[in-house]
Design a protein around this ligand. Structure first.
Ligand SMILES: C[S@@+](CC[C@H](N)C(=O)[O-])C[C@H]1O[C@@H](n2cnc3c(N)ncnc32)[C@H](O)[C@@H]1O
Length: 311
């Protein structure tokens, strides 16, 4: 069955023909830690192009089920095609983390055997200049994971106050030149709207020592992306809802890629481990040197695993 929250948002068919798929990170480790029973009901909260999902569903018994969700409808469409041969066992939904409970309720399911969150953006997001996520290619300043939402990166850059921009760059990008860069943005937009990734890139480059350029660009783009998609609040809400819905002994597996995500996952699991969770990973699992060589985007990944206690 195909669930959608917004029929209007449209699916970009061209993406379904993309040959270079997102490589699932720490795949064996995720399967090993997530799948406690082959007949369980699992939930992939970030299905993307369906790499982890395909591996999960292929390990399930006929009674097992997989619920797949993503806030990007075009990626859901790709995952749906990829998982077509398992369609009797899979549900798809166009939702975001803060709507997990609503989705599970709509499916009339009470408990989930395991949740997977593979955070951040998908390779396809970064590789498509039209989505505006990357400073490596020129495109509109967009950065919405869900193109049906109204707030874009261009809105943030052109409308937020100097102090809000400085705060975002500092808090979400940990960018030490945040004041300087935010100041340059505000001065530039007084002359002309900043509408493309390369316009923003040029501004950042003009304010930062060449030695730090790439790092600053990565931080500034990360910060604006986090703000546009409200990523940290979404993560907090999603984790709390998932923990509530987990069955006793059910597993929560979270793959994070930067320190702000790691911090929230650690903090949430720690708080909940006083009442409802047991940490399985005292230290997070990280990719091997070989995996990083094969898939450089895995280099900053950390996998956290916790188990719901029996009440
Ligand atoms: C790293 S990719 C997942 C890749 C996937 N595991 C695979 O193997 O193809 C992360 C996905 O999570 C989605 N996502 C990020 N934040 C989300 C949120 N708050 N709610 C729902 N989906 C989200 C993104 O749209 C993206 O497709």
């Amino acid at each position: 069955m195909w669930w959608t929250k917004n029929e209007e948002s449209g699916v970009r068919d061209s993406w379904c023909n993309v040959k270079i798929m997102h490589k699932p990170v720490l795949l064996e480790e995720v399967l090993e830690n997530l799948l406690i029973s082959k007949s369980g009901i699992y939930f992939d909260a970030t299905v993307g192009t369906g790499g982890h999902a395909e591996a999960i569903v292929s390990h399930l018994d006929p009674e097992g089920k997989l619920i797949c969700m993503d806030r990007d409808e075009s990626l859901l469409e790709i995952a749906k095609k990829r998982l077509d041969k398992y369609k009797d066992k899979v549900e798809f939904g166009h939702f975001c983390f803060s709507q997990i409970k609503d989705f599970v309720l709509a499916l009339k399911i009470k408990e989930i055997s395991g949740f997977l969150f593979d955070l951040g953006v998908c390779s396809l997001h970064l590789d498509d200049p039209q989505r505006g996520f990357s400073f490596q290619s020129d495109g509109p300043l967009d950065m919405r994971m869900d193109p049906s939402q109204s707030k874009t990166a261009s809105f943030v850059v052109n409308n937020y106050s100097l102090s809000d921009l400085t705060k975002i760059l500092f808090e979400f990008g940990q960018e030490r030149f945040s004041k300087r860069i935010a100041g340059a943005i505000v001065r530039e937009r007084e002359k002309k709207q900043i509408s493309t990734t390369f316009e923003l890139r040029k501004l950042v480059e003009s304010k930062v020592n060449p030695r730090y350029r790439i790092k600053s660009l990565a931080r500034v783009f990360q910060a604006i992306r986090i703000e546009v998609n409200d990523e940290l609040e979404e993560l907090r809400k999603g984790l709390d809802q998932a923990i509530q819905l987990l069955a006793p002994q059910g597993r929560l597996c979270v793959l994070g890629y930067h320190s702000l995500e790691h911090q929230i996952v650690k903090e949430r699991m720690k708080i909940k481990s006083k009442e409802t969770l047991r940490m399985i990973t005292k230290k997070p699992i990280v990719p091997s040197a070989q995996e990083i060589k094969d898939n450089p985007r895995a280099r900053s990944a950390k996998l956290w695993v916790a188990e719901k206690l029996s009440s």
